[in-house]
Design a protein around this ligand. Structure first.
Ligand SMILES: [Zn+2]
Length: 352
């Protein structure tokens, strides 16, 4: 089963080529129609929520993320352009749970916001380590809780576009099934690691929900957010856990400078695990270009790091890029044919 109004992989490239051709061939007639049908603008506060909304709405809406790819969403500072964009959105989707404290300032300055929905409704918050008043906002890293995100976002989108509710709910079902597959994959992979080795050490405290789901101990270099102050006690606690547990790897994250993590790995003789994507997707053609890809990537890296082996995910990603590159000649040929057709069409019109 595939998502409606959404194309993936090589099939997507073929479809895009066909669509380009159809669009270009019928451009004069098509342009008037497209101008009349303005899609609603959905704004998400980070790239992960934006991807879920895009997966569910397909071509029915325009979806954007306020926080760009690779940027820390905890300490984001909205620009005047972001405030203007928020004012033109038909719907804003936010995580809540202490992630977007910068939203208060944005909302204070924005005029004309129509609807804001929190996509973590129904998720029981987990408090972050020894900081009992700080909620961990990263519930999306648990695929089971990801299903609640999908359900909430599908409800919001259906309220915004009731005429497309059937398609949205269908896509919601497909995405939910994919999340169930990822959960089963996680249970199989992470469950095969001896319990005493299931210790996940990362840059910041993002894996509370994930680790609770898969019975892992979690420890972070930065206990709350990447900007939190690092104390001597934090470092001493970390060294103690490393030396007592026999943990094999420590993991950097995509939105945080990996220098300190690399230093800890060197000082303690640990494997520097693969980069994890916690707060942002990668670029679309990268190793975590969508939410599902992000979850698979993280689980693979965690698994191979903790068993002391090198992940194959980068190789798989290279292979995937190679598969896509085989369609580039097809795109080129299509463009040449299209150009030839347009020249001929112009010539015929000129002679009439
Ligand atoms: Zn975070």
């Amino acid at each position: 089963m595939t998502l409606k109004n959404k194309f993936t992989g090589p099939a997507k490239i073929k479809t895009v080529i066909c669509r380009c051709l159809i669009f270009c061939l019928f451009f004069p007639a098509f342009s008037d129609t497209s101008a009349a049908e303005k899609k609603p603008l959905i704004l998400a506060t980070n790239t992960i929520i934006a991807d879920m909304a895009a997966q569910l709405s397909g071509d029915l809406a325009e979806v954007k993320s306020l926080v760009p790819i690779g940027t820390d969403p905890h300490n984001f500072e909205p620009s005047p352009a972001d405030i203007k964009l928020a004012g033109s959105a038909n719907l804003i989707l936010m995580n809540g749970m202490n992630l977007e404290n910068w939203m208060y300032e944005l909302l204070r300055k924005t005029i004309g916001i129509t609807k804001i929905d929190t996509v973590t409704q129904g998720i029981a918050p987990i408090f972050s380590g020894e900081y009992a008043t700080v909620v961990d906002p990263h519930a999306w890293l648990d695929p089971v809780l990801g299903k609640i995100y999908v359900k909430n976002i599908a409800t919001s989108l259906s309220e915004l576009m009731p005429e497309h509710s059937e398609i949205i709910q269908f896509n919601s079902k497909v995405l939910t099934e994919e999340l169930q597959h990822i959960h089963e994959y996680s249970v199989e992979k992470l469950g095969s690691i001896p319990p005493e080795q299931r210790i996940l050490i990362t840059s910041h405290d993002a894996f509370r929900y994930f680790s609770q789901r898969y019975q892992m101990e979690v420890k972070s270099v930065f206990p709350t957010s990447p900007s939190a102050e690092l104390t001597i006690k934090d470092m001493a606690d970390l060294s103690e856990i490393i030396s007592e547990s026999g943990v094999r790897a420590i993991f950097p994250e995509s939105t945080i400078n990996p220098r300190l993590i690399a230093q800890i790995a060197r000082d303690n003789g640990l494997i520097l695990g693969g980069k994890l994507y916690t707060d942002s997707l990668s670029e679309p053609d990268g190793e975590a270009g969508n939410y599902i890809g992000l979850l698979y990537h993280n689980i693979r890296e965690i698994y191979y790091g903790l068993i002391g082996e090198k992940s194959t995910s980068s190789m798989e990603h290279r292979q995937s890029s190679d598969e896509q590159s085989q369609f580039f000649p097809l795109i080129l040929v299509s463009l040449v044919l299209l150009g030839s057709f347009l020249i001929m069409w112009k010539g015929v019109n000129h002679n009439l």
